[in-house]
Design a protein around this ligand. Structure first.
Ligand SMILES: NC(=O)c1ccc[n+]([C@@H]2O[C@H](COP(=O)([O-])OP(=O)(O)OC[C@H]3O[C@@H](n4cnc5c(N)ncnc54)[C@H](OP(=O)(O)O)[C@@H]3O)[C@@H](O)[C@H]2O)c1
Length: 350
């Protein structure tokens, strides 16, 4: 018998749910024991209900599992949630109230004042916010979230700069992959040969989440990061990988080599604790003048490393650069998995 911790996946048939299954297949600590999706999928074998969209095959054991109702009864105590925000807003609290650790991808609870929004390399010190949750007091259940897929790569690049030089302003323009819209997502006739300069609520999420992530825990609440932030989000015809053009102004003077060193040297609790999904390098600076590019750089660190390049002076702010991050790995399933590994290492998963 396996001595791994049983985990469940809510929204298991979707794009992020599939990534969870792929990333959990050989996980040393966790084992998929329960899958749930909508009532369209409930009661069917996973292999039949899911329109599998990854290049690796569906693990055989998982393909034959029956999709359970999306209810806490009978679910394991650790739940990875990959639901649309509107559904997550209703379902995730039920699971937390029933005593589950809900490790969520959706935006439903991210900005709730008692819910930690965490990137383990950036703000693992926000995790104790869990103790302020009513669910925790009632049933030991709780919820922890990871950021939006475009905020996560950006914040991994901003965090070491903020620590060394203090951000004053951030401008980010995204070029986001179609897999970020789930499956079937954006219609092919809308996106092929096209750029769509609008992703509903995305700019607001990037702006507020970046400030929460780079904020400080003060007693029982987070004081947002003290910098101005503006995001513009575009959908482009790329399969996986969000690229972002970023410009920043600092409070302190910075040299290019100091900024690059701050990225390449980033190493935090996940690396010290050797968490199974932690990349050796959370951020890597690529020196070639035409990188990063999704086609070549998206799988760095198994999709968990943010690639940065093209650092140069900005005539309006101080510095500008380009980042690339895998939206369904570092931006979704991998982010939640790393959060769960950190929670286990800190003793929150029993
Ligand atoms: N894709 C990304 O890059 C990305 C990145 C970061 C965060 N996220 C967030 O992660 C969440 C999931 O995204 P996705 O891209 O995986 O979406 P998706 O491909 O559309 O998958 C949605 C999942 O939710 C299930 N579902 C729908 N209605 C439900 C209901 N009433 N009750 C229970 N389950 C229900 C679906 O099941 P059926 O198959 O049965 O319909 C499916 O498993 C979203 O909140 C999204 O914003 C996505």
């Amino acid at each position: 018998m396996s001595n791994k911790l049983p985990v469940g996946i809510l929204g298991a048939t979707g794009i992020v749910g599939q990534r969870f299954i792929q990333m959990l297949e050989h996980h040393p600590w966790f084992e998929v024991a329960w899958l749930a999706a909508s009532d369209r999928s409930e009661g069917r074998p996973y292999g039949e209900a899911a329109r599998w969209r990854l290049r690796t095959a569906i693990p055989e054991r998982v393909a034959s599992m029956t999709i359970a109702p999306a209810k806490p009864e009978g679910a394991p105590k650790i739940i990875f949630a990959a639901l649309d925000a509107s559904i997550a807003r209703e379902l995730e609290p039920h699971f937390a109230e029933a005593g589950c650790a809900v490790v969520s991808n959706s935006s439903a609870l991210r900005m709730q004042s008692d819910v930690p929004l965490v990137i383990p390399e950036v703000n693992s010190d926000h995790i104790p916010l869990i103790e302020t949750q009513a669910w925790r007091r009632k049933s030991k259940g709780f919820a922890v979230t990871n950021p939006n897929c475009s905020a996560i790569g950006l914040v991994l690049a901003l965090a070491p700069m903020h620590r060394h030089f203090e951000l004053e302003s951030v401008m980010a323009v995204t070029m986001q992959a179609v897999s970020g819209a789930g499956y079937p997502g954006v219609a092919s006739l809308d996106i092929l040969g096209n750029v769509i300069p609008y992703i509903k609520n995305e700019e607001e999420k990037m702006e507020e989440e970046t400030q929460k992530l780079l904020g400080t825990l003060n007693g029982g609440s987070i004081v947002p990061g003290p910098f101005a932030m503006s995001a513009q989000c575009n959908r482009v015809a790329v399969e996986d990988g969000h690229t972002e053009s970023v410009a920043v102004r600092f409070k302190k003077k910075a040299k290019a080599e100091e900024i690059i060193a701050s990225w390449n040297e980033l190493s935090a609790e996940p690396q010290r604790l050797r968490l199974p999904s932690a990349p050796e390098k959370p951020v890597v600076y690529l020196t070639a003048p035409d990188r990063p590019q999704p086609r070549f750089d998206i799988d760095l660190g198994g999709g968990m490393t943010t690639a940065v390049g093209r650092l140069r002076p900005c005539n309006v702010l101080d510095w500008k650069f380009t980042i690339l991050s895998h939206n369904t790995i570092r931006g979704a399933a991998g982010a939640a998995l790393l959060n769960a590994e950190l929670l286990k290492a800190k003793g929150y998963l029993g």
